[in-house]
Design a protein around this ligand. Structure first.
Ligand code: FES
Length: 151
């Protein structure tokens, strides 16, 4: 076990866990932030996407020890307070993007990370950044929502 400190959604936090514990399980089980989902567990699907220092990472295959001293943000932390939607969440709603919804927090986290770096992404840049898998096939609505959020 090791004590690991990092910032989580703007607050300094410490956990005492095995260093190779995936960040996903620390976020979900220690902090009860269950908006971040478990899908494949192999870094392939993106359901577990969170931000580290503003970049989208797949937390299922990211050891919590690598989060030490970093700024971690989950879907629960992207808007300034719980009563407000992030603009990307707003366009997701306006476009009725989700079907089953399971992958959508990861999709939104990938979109927010993209748009924070590039507020006018090309189709190619959207395709490259939005590699998360959606079993319902909501990709066209995701693309529409990302473009609307960018405009
Ligand atoms: Fe992490 Fe699929 S659950 S990428």
């Amino acid at each position: 076990m090791a004590e690991i400190a990092f910032t989580l959604n703007g607050r300094e936090q410490r956990v005492d866990v095995e260093p190779d514990t995936p960040l996903l399980w620390v976020v979900r089980e220690q902090f009860e932030l269950t908006g971040t989902k478990f899908g494949c567990g192999k870094g392939l699907c993106g359901a577990c996407t969170v931000h580290m220092d503003g970049y989208a990472i797949r937390s299922c295959s990211f050891p919590v020890s690598a989060a030490a001293g970093r700024d971690i943000r989950t879907i629960e932390g992207i808007s300034p307070d719980i009563t407000q939607l992030h603009p990307v969440q707003q366009v997701w709603l306006e476009n009725s993007v989700p079907q089953c919804g399971y992958c959508q927090s990861g999709q939104i986290m990938a979109a927010v990370a993209l748009l924070e770096r590039n507020n006018n992404p090309s189709d190619e840049e959207i395709n490259s950044a939005m590699s998360n898998i959606c079993r319902c096939g909501t990709y066209p609505r995701i693309r529409t929502a990302v473009k609307q959020a960018a405009s």
